[in-house]
Ligand binder design. Structure first.
Ligand SMILES: [Zn+2]
Length: 135
């Protein structure tokens, strides 16, 4: 079908990729023929991203929005005794540290993969443009 649309035979070592990741959407605009090695690598890396997202409970699309919240509870310091304030602050600090470590770890895992994925997506859209151009 896609071959007939393209008017050329797709090489044996090429796959047809669904751009929106919906394998039932066979609209021609949603298909691109990609070298099999690149195609497999792309889905492998996508899988790694999903794994990290499941593990950490973050979304790779949210990386830019992570903010570190360094607020301490000064109200408690003013009204309560020092011991209460100190323990409370230390607890907050520990929670904050854990969260920051989690964020940093997630970012360091996901960022290089996202870069490669974007690169492959660029290559695929270039291929798509070439394939759309009628000879
Ligand atoms: Zn695919």
């Amino acid at each position: 079908m896609y071959e007939r649309h393209l008017g050329v035979k797709i090489p044996a070592d090429y796959d047809v990729h669904h751009i929106d990741e919906n394998r039932n959407n066979h609209e021609f605009n949603n298909l691109v023929s990609v070298p099999r090695g690149i195609h497999r690598y792309y889905h492998l890396l996508k899988g790694k991203i999903f794994e990290a997202e499941d593990l950490y409970g973050f979304k790779s699309s949210d990386i830019e929005y992570f903010k570190i919240d360094g607020r301490f509870n000064f109200q408690e310091y003013v009204s309560g005794d020092y011991e209460t304030w100190f323990n409370g602050t230390r607890r907050e600090f520990e929670v904050l540290c854990n969260y920051q470590c989690k964020v940093a770890s997630f970012i360091s895992i996901v960022t290089p993969i996202v870069h490669v994925l974007k690169d492959i997506e660029l290559q695929m859209s270039a291929l798509k443009i070439l394939q759309n151009a009628k000879p």
